[in-house]
Design a protein around this ligand. Structure first.
Ligand code: PXG
Length: 437
């Protein structure tokens, strides 16, 4: 592929500096367990589970076989006014993993679709409950909720918002990132629970009767591992309850073991009304997302119409057979290998290893929770993001995959990671930090 310029040119790559990538293409051609293989034949330790998604490690035979079997048995069947067994089975299994009460499942094909679906469901619920004036959707600064028009409207990524028109009637809580008070925190930062009161401020500003829902990532992943301050999510839940606002947790990254339980909601003891998922649901082997909804919210929508279609929403591939098969095999694997518990047990070792980098050049913060670490670098004067991007490339070239976002390095390894591999990741990062300017 290197040197084949026509082929490089044809693929308009997503969220990529296409010109710079195509000038220096780096490729992954195979994967197994904790490792990728690069186009030039090197083993690359996967510090990021792909893009926060291959939680059980790569190319697990049980998942591959389940997909192959589905492809040979029933490659596709509609789920509009018809059904096939696998998504019903998967929905029931998934419901059992969700916090008490969130046992109605809508299937999508991605995190973005899950978010837009959840926002629509929130609007439908409010309407069904006779609260049709509640159409406002609230997100948070530095939130990432994918790239649908709903997701970018409640999202807080400036370049996404600046580039595209958004939905009318949205507003945002402030983000919770506060290096001055919370740098080098292990687990939940001590300061910032009061930032949840922003929601009360927006209620006072707009009127509760205009607000349908608030959506937050329990832990913001892609904008740099922003861990919620202790008590913050609880306070958000209380304010939602007080004012009839639906609380949506976007768990596209945090679900499926990342923070030591099936969901962050479970791990951290705060139950939202709706949870969005994707990524780890199928171990990323086939695209799939899902939205878990509290039963009474679901029932309100279903019972609000006398007959016929209750929710005007769905995708050709909602509950696709191959994705459903992959999901079932993945949930089996998580359970059989106890991977959520494993993440929980390893979290202390992970935390110590990450924080051992404290004091190295360029580092202004290290934050950790579950099997996630954010390492924030001092931006290079006049060239923000350049240092982290250089580190990302240097790491790849020396056999380690990390994520760079802004000037933050994010790590989120598959939950099968061994202690020796954790040591290798942070050892390698320590060397690289010494090397780059
Ligand atoms: N919500 C959250 C919380 C996400 O993290 C999405 C929605 C959208 O999912 P899809 O499947 O439509 O991409 C995401 C996606 C990164 C990174 O490097 C994170 C995501 C995607 C790509 C890269 O942090 N998260």
């Amino acid at each position: 592929m290197q040197g084949d310029n026509d082929q490089l040119a044809s693929f308009w790559m997503p969220f990529t500096a296409n010109r710079s990538y195509k000038a220096h293409p780096r490729q992954l051609v195979a994967a197994s367990g904790m490792y990728y293989q690069s186009g030039d034949g090197r083993r690359i330790l996967d510090g990021t589970s792909g893009l926060w998604c291959s939680n059980a490690g790569h190319c697990r035979p049980e998942i591959a076989e389940a997909i192959a079997k589905a492809a040979k048995t029933l490659d596709f069947a509609p789920t509009f006014q018809l059904g096939h067994p696998l998504p019903f089975e998967l929905a029931q299994r998934l419901a059992a993993l969700m916090p008490e009460g969130l046992d109605r499942i809508f299937f999508t094909n991605s995190g973005s679709e899950s978010v837009d679906t959840a926002l629509k469901i929130a609007l439908a619920v409010q309407r069904a409950k006779g609260q049709g004036t509640r159409t406002r959707l609230i997100g948070r600064e530095r939130g990432y909720h994918g790239v649908g028009f709903g997701g970018i409207s409640v999202g807080g990524i400036v370049s996404n918002r600046r580039t595209w028109p958004g939905l009318p009637g949205t507003d945002h809580l402030r983000h919770t990132h506060d290096l001055a008070r919370n740098a080098f925190t292990r687990g939940f930062p001590a300061h910032g629970a009061e930032l949840a009161d922003d929601l009360q401020r927006l209620v006072d500003l707009h009127g509760a009767e205009t607000i349908a829902a608030v959506i937050v990532e329990p832990m913001a992943g892609s904008t740099g591992v922003l861990i919620p301050p202790a008590g913050y999510l609880q306070r958000l839940r209380e304010i939602c309850d007080r004012h009839g606002i639906i609380l949506i947790f976007d768990e596209v990254i945090t679900a499926f073991g990342r923070v030591g339980a099936a969901t962050a909601a479970e791990a951290w003891g705060v139950t939202p009304d709706i949870i969005t998922m994707a990524k780890g649901l199928t171990n990323a082997a086939v695209p799939m997302g899902a939205v878990a909804v509290k039963r009474d919210l679901h029932d309100a929508v279903i019972e609000s119409v006398p007959g016929g279609i209750e929710l005007f929403h769905g995708y050709t591939y909602s509950g696709h057979p191959l994705a459903s098969a992959a999901g079932l095999a993945t949930l089996d694997l998580y359970a059989r290998e106890g991977l959520f518990e494993r993440a929980n047990e390893l979290a202390g070792y992970w935390e110590d290893a990450a924080h051992s980098l404290k004091g190295r050049r360029h580092i202004i913060d290290i934050r950790t929770i579950g099997l996630v670490a954010g390492i924030e670098l001092e931006p290079r004067p006049g060239a923000p993001t350049a240092r982290a991007m250089e580190l990302f490339h240097a790491a790849f070239d020396s056999g380690l995959l990390v994520r760079a976002t802004g000037d933050i390095i994010a790590l989120s390894p598959p939950l099968i990671v061994e202690k020796a591999e954790i040591d290798a990741m942070f050892g390698q990062l320590a060397e690289l930090l010494d090397r780059i300017d």
